[in-house]
Design a protein around this ligand. Structure first.
Ligand code: SAM
Length: 236
């Protein structure tokens, strides 16, 4: 866990023994479950450390994230990026959403096993949950990694964010076209591109970044559209 430990120090995150041990158990549990259920294509322990843990923690330097109390992660899979952030920021509350119940059941077992009290996995599609009063515009930050193109993702994520909060999309290097193509969706849903956070850690070779979108107006009630429509007919 040396790469993770060094990255945490560089990011100003406390690297206590206890915390590193939790990450180590988290990795072991995911890799164990991965033998039975497809959770991740990454099986090499060191690659796992960088591509899942260090990458997830990239949000931590963003002021909008630092101020956040309630965070939601859409399409979390085995808990990325939400659970590594929950481990490092126990004062924040995390809701981890996935449409695949099997993954959420495993994730909740992992959360329980690790003794993490500030994260919960919820089964559901973003389009359905965002229409519910309990979740709609109730979060300071919505994060998502490797789920959909930005214009589709904006329809999944922005409805969860309160006005003045942020939506953060984890993306790779080339995002110019995606950003251009999502202009209409962001505007329609009450968002405005704010800035990006790039991975720039010594010894970490990854071209990842987070695109941050500020919520500047309420999302009109008709969004998100019914489950399946945003990906079939993205707002363009
Ligand atoms: N975010 C994780 C990561 O980066 O490792 C998982 C990425 S995986 C490629 C995409 C995940 O998004 C899957 O677990 C899938 O079930 C979930 N997903 C796709 N569409 C969704 C939706 N509309 N609502 C909730 N979850 C969704």
């Amino acid at each position: 866990m040396e790469v993770l430990r060094q990255a945490m120090v560089a990011m100003g995150i406390e690297d206590s023994r206890e915390r590193i041990d939790i990450f180590s158990s988290y990795r072991d549990l995911v890799l164990e479950w991965n033998e039975k259920v497809n959770l991740t294509a990454i099986r090499d322990p060191e690659e796992f450390e960088v591509k899942h843990f260090v990458d997830s923690l990239l949000a931590s330097s963003y002021p909008g994230f630092q101020k956040a109390e309630k965070v939601i992660d859409i399409g979390t899979g085995a808990g990325f990026p939400g659970l590594p952030l929950a481990i490092c920021f126990p004062e924040k509350q995390f809701v981890l959403v996935d449409s695949l119940n099997k993954r959420i059941r495993i994730l909740n077992e992992i959360i329980q096993n690790l003794g993490i009290g500030n994260a919960v996995g919820i089964h559901g599609r973003a389009e359905d949950l965002a229409a519910q009063e309990l979740y709609r515009e109730k979060f300071d930050v919505c994060l998502s990694r490797a789920v959909a193109d930005l214009s589709v993702l904006a329809e999944y994520c922005l409805p969860f964010v309160r006005v003045s909060g942020y939506f953060g999309a984890y993306k790779s290097e080339d995002v110019e076209d995606e950003l251009l193509g999502s202009k209409k969706a962001l505007k329609t849903l009450g968002g405005r591109f704010h800035s990006s956070t790039k991975m720039s850690l010594e010894g970490v070779h990854m071209n990842h970044q987070i695109l941050w979108v500020e919520k500047i107006a309420h999302t009109p009630a008709k969004y998100p559209r019914k489950a399946g429509i945003p990906s079939k007919e993205p707002i363009k």
